[in-house]
Design a protein around this ligand. Structure first.
Ligand SMILES: Nc1ncnc2c1ncn2[C@@H]1O[C@H](COP(=O)(O)OP(=O)(O)OP(=O)(O)O)[C@@H](O)[C@H]1O
Ligand SMILES: [Mg+2]
Length: 268
């Protein structure tokens, strides 16, 4: 379980806070979606939820981050990294820069956990297969497309079998097939009891994946509720969030006097 209680955060050297009074609990096995317009504070919230802010990047935090009921204030960055895995908005930031192949890159995490070689190899192969990137296992991590880099970064994270995961726009550079594979991988990870926070502009991905969605604007939570309710909220576009296609379609048809349920019933 990951909990933020009354969290406000200010970057080092800045006078004003960019997050205000954030209250968020993610239960084991739960996937919570995070949406909002540009500059709302989504990436900052990811940094705070992972503990990187302030432990690694400084700044001032009030309120608290707890993992499995333990307060994380004052813990060193390496201990936080063991508790919460984070996937950054830009995958280039994530790649280690010290490995020669994608396979080594994905194996690096399990190796650093001190796992036996057989377990490391098994986890690496499984993560590559889950995201459909076995074919680039021998490629250099420096010579990947943006989408491939994003999948490799996520595979590295999956291979660690993390219990808490924070992902900042994990499919931003992915095509529909890559996006679908990421969705399946996250669902499978949650089924093992992992708590996930996922920032994402693609509401079609969040629809059906998340139990809950929170909307932030201006560094504040403006809506928090069951995914179906939040995605159907009429105010969503006003917060810079496009509703999923099924809702847009239903509204467009209703606008022309067509009843989607009635049509679906006729087709059945
Ligand atoms: N390292 C930093 N130092 C100071 N201010 C920052 C830093 N990073 C972000 N900010 C500011 O914090 C606010 C929130 O930014 P953040 O990156 O969290 O937004 P976001 O919702 O992730 O936006 P986007 O959708 O563009 O990724 C913005 O006003 C931004 O300028
Ligand atoms: Mg961001």
């Amino acid at each position: 379980m990951l909990e933020l209680h009354r969290v406000s955060y200010r970057y080092a050297g800045y006078a004003t806070a960019v997050l205000h009074d954030i209250e968020l609990t993610i239960a084991d096995g739960e996937i919570v979606g995070l949406v909002g317009p540009n500059e709302a504070g989504k990436s900052t919230l990811c940094l705070v939820a992972s503990g990187l802010a302030p432990a690694s990047i400084g700044g001032a935090l009030s309120g608290s981050l707890s993992i499995d009921g333990e307060l994380m204030a004052g813990r060193p960055p390496h201990e936080l990294a063991e508790r919460v895995a984070i996937g950054f908005q830009n995958p280039d930031t994530q790649l280690s820069g010290v490995t020669a192949t994608v396979f080594e890159e994905v194996a690096l995490g399990p190796m650093n956990l001190g796992l036996p070689v057989a377990e490391t190899l098994a986890r690496t192969r499984e993560a590559l297969a889950t995201l459909g990137i076995e074919d680039i296992a021998e490629r250099s991590p420096n010579r990947l497309s943006g989408g491939q880099g994003q999948l490799v970064a996520l595979a590295s994270l999956l291979a660690m079998h993390p219990r808490h995961v924070v992902l900042d726009e994990p499919t931003a550079q992915l095509d529909p097939e890559g996006t679908r594979l990421v969705g399946e991988a996250l669902r499978a990870l949650a089924a093992t009891g992992t708590a996930l926070l996922v920032t994402e502009h693609k509401t079609d991905l969040l629809d059906g994946l998340c139990q809950r969605i929170i909307v932030i604007d201006g560094g504040r939570i403006v809506l928090d509720g069951p995914a179906g309710d939040v995605l159907a909220d009429e105010r969503l576009p006003g917060w810079g969030v496009e509703p999923p296609s099924r809702i847009r379609l239903a509204r467009a048809m209703a606008g022309r006097g067509l009843d989607l349920d009635l049509i679906a019933g006729t087709l059945r």
